[in-house]
Design a protein around this ligand. Structure first.
Ligand SMILES: [Zn+2]
Length: 86
């Protein structure tokens, strides 16, 4: 859907792209939804902005993470690269 702009569920040809999905923090402010947040007193490190592609007919939604190739895997506790087993 991201590259074809055609819904894989219903074949509709109109897709809504949303570059930032709203999330909230405990101060009731809106921040983009991300894969991981490291809180510091002066700022938050936010890693991996999640983006959405939504079918305008059936509402099917796909989520992707922007810039996945540049995400510092070692800074996300528990995260690891998975590859096919032989
Ligand atoms: Zn659809």
């Amino acid at each position: 859907m991201r590259t074809s702009h055609i819904c894989p569920k219903c074949a509709h040809r109109e897709i809504l792209f949303v570059p930032h999905i709203a999330d909230r923090d405990d101060r009731d402010t809106v921040r983009p939804l991300v894969l991981f947040v490291k809180h510091h007193d002066w700022k938050d490190d936010e890693i991996g902005v999640v983006q959405a592609y939504v079918c305008r007919s059936c509402s099917y939604t796909e989520l992707y993470t922007a810039g996945v190739g540049t995400i510092p895997v070692d800074k996300i506790p528990g995260a690891k690269i998975l590859t096919p087993k032989k």
